[in-house]
Design a protein. Structure first.
Length: 252
């Protein structure tokens, strides 16, 4: 297991207050002027509703808002990588910040994570009123169209349930167990075909993990391009976190 550093923006408040009068405070995280929440005062906790403290570490990492998700969400907001009108899928969504950001920016989004994380993710989507049932009045409005269980180590059934290819695959801070790196890359390879593009926010935690990740990406024929730091949000950037654009290598 790789070293997990604490959050750089720990003061951000993702708890939705009971009264709308308290929604706006100075430490909200917002996309396109809309604050995003991962729990509410009604849950009396910042823990993801429905998450059992007895779950293994793989499941419990979904309870944390990782720096990479904030950085990638804010990168999408810059508009340098447009997602409006596109079909977007998030891998290892956790609390769904990146996928929900894409929805607020006009994308049709599917969130994925391991089975134990699905119900909490669905609750978070409803809390932010981004579920398809509440956003069908305007075909142009982005929405989260579904939350799907997808285990990278046993992904065949999950992938088959997704339907048509996606335009964009996003993943943030999903490399923290070394044994899951190759299954992650295999899943990315399955999804990034043709014109599909991936965005990966990655925090380097060991040279071994770096070598495994980038070696595996090359071995499955995915090209990797670094997004320059100056293209990221000026506030939400961090030396240790890089954003990479992934695409299918063109063969002669």
């Amino acid at each position: 297991m790789l070293l997990l550093m604490g959050p750089a923006w720990a003061a951000l408040d993702f708890v939705r207050p009971a009264s709308d009068a308290g929604i706006w405070t100075s430490n909200r995280f917002a996309i396109a002027g809309v604050p995003l929440f991962t729990s509410s005062d009604k849950t009396a906790s910042t823990a993801v509703p429905g998450m059992d403290a007895g779950l293994d570490h793989t499941a419990r990492t979904a309870e944390t808002v990782w720096d990479g998700s904030l950085i990638l969400a804010k990168y999408l907001e810059t508009g340098r990588f447009g997602v409006r009108g596109k079909r977007v899928i998030e891998l290892g969504a956790g609390r769904g910040l990146v996928g929900m950001a894409a929805a607020l920016l006009g994308a049709k989004v599917t969130l994925t994570d391991i089975g134990d994380a699905v119900a909490p993710l669905q609750a978070i989507v409803r809390l932010n009123e981004l579920d398809a049932a509440r956003r069908t009045d305007d075909d142009e409005a982005g929405r989260v169209e579904g939350v799907v269980a997808l285990d990278w180590t046993d992904r065949k059934a999950g992938l088959q349930s997704l339907g048509e290819p996606y335009d964009v695959v996003v993943a943030a801070d999903v490399v923290w167990v070394h044994d899951l790196i190759v299954p992650l890359v295999d899943t990315l390879s399955d999804l990034i075909q043709g014109a599909t593009v991936g965005l990966l926010a990655y925090q380097s935690r060991s040279s071994r993990a770096d070598g495994t990740l980038f070696g595996a990406l090359a071995s499955v024929g995915l090209a990797v391009a670094l997004v320059p730091d100056e293209q990221l949000d000026p506030v939400f950037r961090k030396d240790a976190v890089k954003v990479y654009c992934l695409s299918r290598q063109q063969t002669a």
